[in-house]
Design a protein around this ligand. Structure first.
Ligand SMILES: [Zn+2]
Length: 235
């Protein structure tokens, strides 16, 4: 039961959007079309990927959206665990300020911090998703090979990442610790043909992660050559 209205079941969608309390906060923002009609996945996807501005300088809708989700969730926990009731307007103010600060931090960081490049972030995302998959498959002894020397060094040192990439990086460190044994090591691109091949296939998909129920045919050859230790010249 929802601890605020005590009328509906506390589903994620009820808590974050449809409860009268959350509605009050959302209705004070420049809402996107169909906002209250989408299902959970469609609603999250549409708003997180939105490129619209809120109309205020330095404020993207997607960031305000995420910040407001976060503060609605926090205010719900404050109510349950600390018996504190925050007015929805305060929650919206906190979210607005977080969204603006994040935007400012991102704007300065991306231009001043060469390490936080798109490519670097893609390496981190790929690493995290791979680890989650390995964990789901029940793997306990793990060798993680990556062709980004930078990421390998950072993972081995367990430091070196700041700001934007930090959340992702610490998530990776946390996931690694869930394996009973793991090694992180560097491999050259030539030693990583299978990953390279999968990345190339991935270019054909518009978003998200695609898990293949069966191995793509060509990958067998690549893995066999890998297992045989075939050598390739560096190009
Ligand atoms: Zn409710």
């Amino acid at each position: 039961m929802c601890p605020r209205c005590e009328q509906d079941q506390e589903t994620p969608l009820h808590l974050l959007r449809d409860c009268y309390y959350s509605r009050l906060a959302w209705e004070s923002t420049p809402l996107q079309a169909n906002f209250f009609n989408l299902d959970l996945d469609g609603w999250l996807y549409q708003n997180v990927t939105s490129t619209s501005s809120t109309g205020k300088p330095l404020q993207l809708w997607s960031m305000l959206f995420l910040a407001l989700l976060w503060y609605i969730w926090k205010s719900r926990n404050a109510l349950i665990f600390e018996d504190k009731w925050l007015p929805p307007q305060i929650v919206l103010q906190q979210a607005t300020s977080l969204a603006m600060n994040t935007r400012l931090a991102l704007a300065t960081q991306i231009s001043s911090h060469p390490r936080v490049s798109r490519c670097f972030m893609a390496e981190l995302w790929g690493c995290r998703e791979g680890l989650r998959m390995a964990s789901d498959l029940g793997i306990i002894h793990l060798i993680l090979e990556m062709d980004s020397l930078l990421v390998v060094h950072m993972l081995q040192a367990k430091k070196g990442v700041e700001g934007l990439a930090w959340t992702l990086f610490s998530d990776i460190l946390h996931l690694l610790r869930t394996f009973s044994e793991y090694h992180v090591q560097h491999t050259f691109r030539e030693g990583n043909f299978a990953a390279d091949y999968m990345a190339a296939i991935g270019q054909n998909f518009s978003h998200g992660i695609t898990v293949f129920p069966e191995r793509p045919v060509k990958i067998d050859n690549i893995l066999n050559r890998d297992a045989l230790g075939t050598l390739f010249p560096r190009s």
